[in-house]
Design a protein around this ligand. Sequence first.
Ligand SMILES: [Zn+2]
Length: 105
Amino acid sequence: MVLGIYVLSFIAAFACMFFFPPGALALVLIGVLGLVVFRAGGAILGWAERRLSRRCLERGTCPLCEQEVISTAGEASRWECPGCRTKFSAVGSVVPLDEAADENP
Ligand SMILES: [Zn+2]
């Protein structure tokens, strides 16, 4: 699927080089601007996810399995769920397993 998109874009850009040179330039600009747009969209989605999970955690429930969470005094994690063993930071993001392991050797 992704390879097909790349092949189609290559064919379109290659044809543009001979028939409509500004079209190839426009494809490059669309690609770069698309990267910016999708990075911004990802940042907005991450912010919304952290905000929703923080709201859930402040109520005392796990955003993943809705069990009661335990407040921890760790540096990397602020809450821990005994049900799914997930740790959450103070901003509401999930603490990766290797960081959580560093905290309690
Ligand atoms: Zn959980």
